[in-house]
Write a protein that binds this ligand. Structure first.
Ligand SMILES: [Zn+2]
Length: 501
């Protein structure tokens, strides 16, 4: 017969295990950033009664179901801790949004041998004990005493550190993103809340006026994880813009993203101002006013598109025979015919690319663009040979250069319209600086690699005079595209318009 274990002992064991197995990154962060050792010790001590309290409460009230929930939490904590340590990241809302928006094939490169080993040893094996143990839940009286004592101790520790609220306020993002299991539980709840609000109808904008019947076409290219630091047009030592650097009248703009992850970055590009609300996005707004709008994508994560033609990789491959649909070149298929065949005076084509999406950068470009070698396809390997990851990333930038130059060449061939190509990335990318990889660090604490983005503009000669702003953000796109298409609107902000009047 299995020996019974009291719920108090059971919860105490799990609370200690949780502290030692999953909260070392949290405590290390506190250790490195706090002035007082007392505070770090208190943070560690605080986690014990708090997690004891949560475990006891859930298991006492929900019994077996409660223990299954605790076991699941334990396993998820193992997965999150692995990512926190390997990718020097944290489980804040941006990282979790990234995670929930990742398609299965994109997750594959993350599933490596050390990952599987970690999940089995720290997650699955303990789960068996957590669910299988024979627990004596005790009486209501013991429940009251245990809950009361754990809350009382927690409160006491908090009161002893009440003078540290400033320090905690300053580091709340990092602390909240590292503490297990609360980081992913609280932040998932926050994302669910945001998602519910994003799914509500977009707020319509006031009507616009199309000022004339002059024929115009704008190709807006949304980049993926492209960073300014690796573009030779911004001074990078490697020639990653061999073609664009030959383009006459190319405007190279200093730009920053308003977010560090795809969904928020794309939303910022398509919205006229920063807001938690969802305002009528650029393609929907222009479509409503009779502009021909087509959305072509190899990516995901944009706000809902209502009305405009929506073409995914496979749709384009079916429409244009013989096109290689493995790479972003598929987005350019039939571009010229689409623009030339449009009866509308005003045309907007949006290309949502995915070329520099990590961590397997080397799978994102055709082999002839493998200029810099050797390349590696995952971040674990990159820790040992950092240059291999940078090589692969730089090849994605060379391929992007080719794609943008091809778009410009296509537009140059269109003679019956004034045309423009505007390229802007959704966010930047870390390639190992300060041991950070990928993106998703909250923008308020993100390193510049994650928000300094490339932005290029090309126009048919004589189409518009371009201003020379010192720095633009993603919300400049809205007013600038309205202006290019001669659309006047109460939301057109001359302060965020790239063109002179
Ligand atoms: Zn992205």
């Amino acid at each position: 017969m299995k020996k019974e274990i009291k719920l108090t002992t059971y919860s105490a064991i799990l609370s200690v295990v949780n502290l030692l197995a999953f909260n070392v990154p949290f405590l290390l962060f506190a250790w490195r950033n706090a002035d007082s050792t007392f505070l770090v010790i208190c943070l560690a001590l605080l986690l014990l009664p708090l997690n004891f309290f949560a475990c006891y409460l859930v298991c006492y009230l929900l019994r077996r179901i409660g223990r299954v929930l605790v076991a699941l939490c334990h396993c998820i904590s193992a997965i999150c801790t692995y990512y926190v340590i390997s990718y020097k990241t944290m489980m804040d809302a941006s990282m979790l949004s990234n995670f929930f928006n990742t398609r299965p094939e994109e997750a594959l490169p993350f599933i490596t041998f050390p990952f599987v080993a970690c999940v089995i040893i720290l997650g699955i094996l303990p789960m068996i004990w957590i669910i299988g143990a024979k627990v004596n839940y005790g009486t209501w009286k013991r429940f009251g005493a245990s809950i009361g004592a754990s809350l009382g101790i927690s409160l006491l520790i908090i009161l002893c550190n009440i003078n540290q609220t400033l320090w905690i306020g300053k580091h709340d993002t990092e602390l909240g993103g590292l503490v297990m299991p609360w980081s992913y539980i609280v932040n998932t709840a926050r994302i669910a809340g945001q998602h519910a609000s994003a799914n509500r109808e977009e707020t319509p904008l006031p009507d616009a006026t199309i000022l004339n019947d002059e024929k115009r076409a704008v190709v807006l290219v949304i980049g993926e994880s492209a960073r300014k630091a690796n573009c030779s047009l911004y001074g990078y030592g490697r020639e990653t813009n061999p073609l664009l650097s030959q383009v006459e009248d190319l405007h190279v703009l200093n730009a920053v993203s308003n977010a560090t992850y795809t969904t928020a970055g794309v939303k910022s590009i398509l919205e006229y101002k920063a807001s938690d609300e969802l305002f009528e996005i650029l393609p929907n707004y222009l479509y409503r006013h009779g502009v021909k709008v087509q959305w072509r994508t190899t990516n995901w994560g944009e706000p809902p598109i209502h009305g405009p033609e929506y073409l995914k990789r496979e749709d384009l491959a079916a429409m244009y025979e013989g096109v290689d649909d493995r790479y972003d070149g598929v987005l350019l298929a039939g571009l010229r015919e689409t623009i030339e065949g449009s009866p509308e005076d005003k045309v907007l084509i949006i290309l949502h690319t995915s070329t520099s999406h990590g961590p397997a950068y080397c799978n994102r470009y055709p082999s002839e663009f493998e200029i810099y070698t050797p390349v590696c396809d995952n971040v674990e390997q990159a820790a040992k040979a950092p240059q291999e990851l940078i090589n692969a990333y730089d090849n994605t930038m060379v391929y992007t250069d080719f794609l943008l130059n091809s778009i410009i060449d296509t537009l140059k061939g269109i003679t019956d319209r004034s045309c423009a190509m505007l390229y802007i990335s959704d966010h930047g990318e870390s390639l190992g600086e300060n041991n950070l990889y990928m993106h998703g660090v909250p923008v308020k604490v993100a390193p510049k690699e994650q928000y300094e983005i490339p932005c290029f503009l090309w126009l048919t000669p004589g189409y518009r005079e371009v201003k020379q702003p010192e720095l633009i953000d993603q919300h400049w796109v809205y007013s600038s595209v309205l202006d290019l298409l001669d659309v006047d609107s109460p939301v057109l902000d001359p302060e965020k318009d790239l063109f002179v009047h």
